[in-house]
Ligand binder design. Structure first.
Ligand code: GDP
Length: 456
């Protein structure tokens, strides 16, 4: 510990470190940090919008932009030049889709924002889940072009599924970009029509009305992204904030730093020095260089050699941080994506069987006992079975409607038991909401999302 840390140590009566005082001392004058995920149907214009936003904020240098412009001209896909800011690999460029979760930084007046760019292509929803699992807030992009909004919103489109997914992963605040409004001459009627449809749906999906803001934009022409619109047809009826202002107004997430330390691993890699690194999110508590951690579900002990955030080394990291931890005293092959690091004195629960309260989405075949699913918990992906249908719940008040139902149909709510193919580390939602959420998928579609109510 530095001498600074020691000063804070004596500030509490029992002589222990007061985590909140320490946080204030270490981070008090920094801007609040927001992790933001961008979601929406493929081709809604997500990459173009975010690429343009980053360019307009001066986050991309002129030389790089010039290179992208030349390359996109050569391919005859000039409009892709902004999207390329986000799509870094050649493969993605040729296919014109974003494949992995990229990371970009920018600042607003009061926030420092890390952008988690989620892919929109259907096959890549698992990638999106790992991006959204780290997100505090979301930007949902929809294409206002006639027919296109409808394709993305109605059956088969990803607008609904993405919104449901991020909500079930804990995102409560959304900016909804009604994009490509240039294709409908900035029509107020079209904007309102889409807003009405989305409002009803987002309310059902569990978003509070006050936590959702609709913004008319054009990513391609840069209208209403980082400054008020200049387009007369839009100025005539729109007096609200631009996208950057909406992002600035998001509430920063709470940091549960007084709770026991827990960290979810979403990447494991060989570092430059000795030891190896795990990257992930500090879900709760505080972690110091030199601390011992328990790696679960295997319950192996390891020591923290060093810590970093965005490649800047730190002596301490706090709940809410995305950090890289260099571990020693454990073999790299004994740590995997989806593991939880925790305080050995206050470990996470480990089990292969748990009870959950789930909401079932639009499924074709009802769920019966023994139904096979793929369980997503944080970054963990594991085969599982719905091993017991405990009760069906009334959707509006959550009360038990029927005990031991024989099947569960679409859009219903239930308590079920889930058996996983091997033990996993998790928590009951009421104890630790960060580690108490699960998602169930079948054949590439999300069929349910839920909260852990009991670890069995
Ligand atoms: P993504 O799949 O959601 O990332 O979408 P892209 O950013 O790759 O955009 C899909 C297509 O829509 C590309 O051809 C873009 O040039 C086009 N596009 C994106 N934004 C706009 C916009 O604001 N207006 C118009 N007219 N076209 C756009």
């Amino acid at each position: 510990l530095s001498s600074d840390g020691d000063d804070v140590r004596v500030s509490r009566k029992d002589g222990k470190i007061d985590p909140e005082a320490r946080f204030k001392k270490e981070r008090g004058d920094e801007k609040d940090h927001l992790y933001m995920v961008v979601i929406g149907h493929v081709d809604a214009g997500k990459s173009t919008l975010m690429g343009r936003l980053l360019c307009d904020l001066g986050q991309v240098n002129k030389k790089t932009m010039h290179k992208y412009e030349q390359e996109s001209k050569k391919l005859g896909k000039q409009s892709f030049m902004y999207a390329w800011v986000l799509d870094e690999t050649g493969e993605e460029r040729n296919r014109g889709i974003t494949m992995d979760v990229g990371r970009y930084q920018f600042e607003t007046k009061t926030k420092e924002v890390t952008l988690l760019d989620a892919p929109g292509h259907k096959d890549f929803i698992p990638n999106m889940i790992s991006g959204a699992g780290q997100a505090d807030v979301g930007v949902l992009v929809v294409d206002a072009t006639r027919g296109e909004f409808e394709t993305g919103f109605d059956l088969g489109g990803q607008t609904r599924e993405h919104a449901l997914l991020v909500r079930s992963l804990g995102v409560t605040q959304l900016a909804v970009v009604i994009n490509k409004l240039d294709t409908v001459s900035w029509s107020k009627d079209r904007f309102e029509e889409i807003v009405q449809k989305l409002k009803t749906f987002l309310k059902q999906a569990g978003f509070k009305e006050n936590d959702v803001t609709f913004v008319p934009c054009s990513g391609l022409t840069g209208q209403n992204l980082v400054k008020p619109p200049t387009e007369n047809e839009l100025l005539e009826w729109y007096k609200g904030p631009c996208l950057l202002e909406v992002i600035d107004k998001f509430r920063a997430p709470a940091r549960p730093i007084t709770k026991p330390f827990k960290f979810s691993v979403n990447d494991v890699f060989k570092g430059t020095g000795t030891g190896f690194c795990v990257a992930g999110r500090v879900e709760t508590g505080v972690l110091n260089t030199g601390d011992k951690v328990l790696v679960c579900p295997n319950k192996d002990l390891a020591a923290v050699k060093s810590l970093a955030i965005e490649e800047v080394s730190k002596v301490v990291v706090f709940a809410g941080d995305q950090a890289t931890v260099t571990l020693s005293g454990i073999e790299m092959q004994n740590v995997s994506v989806g593991n939880i690091l925790c305080d050995p004195g206050n470990p996470v629960q480990v089990s292969s069987r748990f009870e959950a309260r789930i909401v079932i989405f639009n499924i074709a075949v009802p769920i019966t006992k023994g139904y096979s699913v793929v369980l997503h918990h944080q970054s963990l992906v594991e085969p599982a079975v719905i091993s017991k249908l405990t009760s069906q719940l009334n959707k509006s008040n959550g009360e038990v409607q029927k005990k031991h139902p024989r099947f569960l149909s679409k859009n219903s709510s239930a308590i079920v038991e889930i058996s996983v193919s091997k033990p996993i580390a998790l928590e009951v939602y009421s104890e630790c909401k960060e580690l108490g959420r699960v998602m169930l998928r079948v054949g590439g579609a999300t069929i349910a999302a839920g909260l852990v109510t009991k670890v069995l």
